[in-house]
Design a protein around this ligand. Sequence first.
Ligand code: CUA
Length: 185
Amino acid sequence: MPGHHASETVAAAAERRWAIIVIAIIGVLILMMIVTGVHWASMPPSRVEAVDVKTIHIKGEFVESNLGTAVEPDGKVTVRLIAQQYSFVPNCIAVPADTPVTFRGTATDAIHGFVVGRTNANTMLVPGFVSTFTTSFSKPGEQLMPCHEYCGTGHEAMWAHVQVVPRDEFMAKARPGGRMSCVQR
Ligand code: CUA
C-alpha cells in the first residue's frame, strides 16, 4: 500500500518538526534563566550601605554624640538613630513639620524596625547595614514609634516617640552642627 507508506513518512516528518520546535522552546527558556540569573548575580542591589557593628559605638556616623536630629550645612534635616534590644537611641526624636527629613538608622544586635504613627515612615533596621529613607510630616504633634520586627522577649515594650514641631520653632532651636532630640534629661 504505497498511499499508507507516504502518509507515514509525512507523519514522521511532522513529528520531527514539532520535536525540534519543542526542544527550541525549552532551549530558549533555559537560556533566559541563565541570562537573567547571571544578570542579577552580577548587578549589586541598587543601594547597599554597610556599617561595622563592632565599632559602631566607638567611631563613625553612629557614635552616641552624633545621634538625633541634625540640620546639615546644606539645610537638609537628618535623623540618625540606633535600635538595640530593647530601645531606640534617641528614644524621643524631634523633627520639623513640612520639611523633608532623612532617616538614617541601623541596629546593633538583632533585626529591628519601626513605623512612625500612621505615617509612611517605615523601615527595617538590620545589623551591619544602614537603612535610609526621606519623608516629611505634615501634622505637628507627638507620634508613637514602635518596633515592628519581633526582636526578642522585650519586643512588645520597644518604642520611641517622634515629636513633630512646627518648622519655625524647630529651626529657632537648631544650632549648626548640633544634634537635637526631645529626650527628657
Ligand atoms: Cu526591636 Cu522588636
